[in-house]
Write a protein that binds this ligand. Structure first.
Ligand SMILES: N[C@@H](CCC(=O)N[C@@H](CS)C(=O)NCC(=O)O)C(=O)O
Length: 240
C-alpha cells in the first residue's frame, strides 16, 4: 500500500506544491497506484512535503521518491536519453526546484495582494484570535528562508527577472517538442510541468504569470501535461 502525503488541490492545481505535483506525476509515469493523504509538515520525516509511505517505508523528498521508485520497481524514467540529455535534465530540474521555485514562492507568499488571494487560505482552520499570529509567524519564517536561499536579498523586480529568465530557459529547451527532451516524457517533465503549471496559476496576479503566458510553447506544454496526468484540471487542448 502506497500513500503519498501532499497538501491537496488548491489554486486550480492538483497541488499547490510543485514538489508534490512532481511526486504525483512520477508515480503516474511509473504506473504505480497510490492514495493521497494530507501532509502535516510538522509530522513529515524532513518536515516538508511530499513524502511517500510505501508498505511502511517512509521516503521523504521528491527526488528521493524518484530514486526509490527507480530502485524498488526498476522503472527508468530516463530510458532512451543520451548522457547529454540526462545532464540537461538534471540541470533543468534543479533550475525549477532551487531557483524558479523561490521566485514563485516570493510572489505568492511575500507580495501582500497575492498572499491574500491564495496562501492565506491555508490558515482558514485556525481560530481567531490565533490566526493572524500564526500567519505572521509563518510568513516571517518564509521570509527568512528566502533570505537564506539568497533571493530575499534582491528587489521584487530582480526576483521576477530571475524567475522569468528561468521560465524562458525551460521554453528554450522545450522548443516545439511535446516534452522537454523529445517525444516521450522523462523525469524532468515531472518537475518542469509542475513548475510551469504553478507559474501559470491564475489565482495570483504575478509578474511571473504575465511572462509565462507570453511563452506559448509553455502554455501548450502545461495543457498537454495536465490533460495527460490530471485530466480533471485540464483546459481543452488545442489540436496539434
Ligand atoms: N526538496 C524537497 C522540497 C519540498 C518542499 O520545499 N516542500 C514545501 C512545500 S512546496 C514544504 O513542505 N514546506 C513546508 C514547510 O517548510 O514547513 C522536495 O523535493 O520534496
Amino acid at each position: 500500500m502506497r500513500t503519498l502525503y501532499v497538501f491537496g488541490p488548491k489554486f486550480g492545481l492538483p497541488d499547490p506544491s510543485p514538489f508534490c505535483m512532481k511526486a504525483m506525476v512520477l508515480l503516474k509515469m511509473a504506473g504505480l497506484d497510490y492514495e493521497e493523504d494530507v501532509c502535516d509538515p510538522r509530522k513529515a520525516p524532513k518536515k516538508k512535503g511530499p513524502y511517500l509511505s510505501d508498505d511502511g517505508e517512509l521516503v521523504a523528498d521528491s527526488t528521493f521518491i524518484r530514486w526509490h521508485i527507480e530502485k524498488k520497481y526498476g522503472h527508468d524514467f530516463d530510458a532512451g536519453l543520451t548522457d547529454e540529455q540526462k545532464g540537461i535534465s538534471w540541470a533543468v530540474e534543479k533550475l525549477c526546484e532551487d531557483n524558479i521555485y523561490w521566485a514563485v514562492m516570493h510572489e505568492r507568499w511575500i507580495v501582500d495582494e497575492n498572499f491574500r488571494a491564495g496562501p492565506i487560505r491555508f490558515f482558514d482552520a485556525i481560530p481567531n484570535p490565533m490566526r493572524p499570529l500564526v500567519v505572521a509567524m509563518v510568513r516571517r519564517q518564509l521570509k527568512r528562508n528566502i533570505w537564506g536561499q539568497g533571493f530575499g536579498r534582491h528587489s521584487r523586480a530582480e526576483i521576477v527577472k530571475l524567475g522569468n529568465r528561468g521560465l524562458e530557459a525551460i521554453s528554450q529547451v522545450l522548443g516545439d517538442k511535446p516534452y522537454l527532451l523529445g517525444n516521450e516524457a522523462a523525469s524532468v517533465d515531472a518537475s518542469a510541468f509542475a513548475t510551469v503549471a504553478g507559474a501559470l496559476s491564475e489565482t495570483f496576479d504575478t509578474r511571473i504569470l504575465e511572462h509565462a503566458k507570453s511563452l506559448p510553447n509553455l502554455v501548450a506544454y502545461r495543457d498537454r501535461c495536465m490533460a495527460r496526468w490530471f485530466p480533471k484540471y485540464a483546459r481543452p487542448v488545442a489540436a496539434e
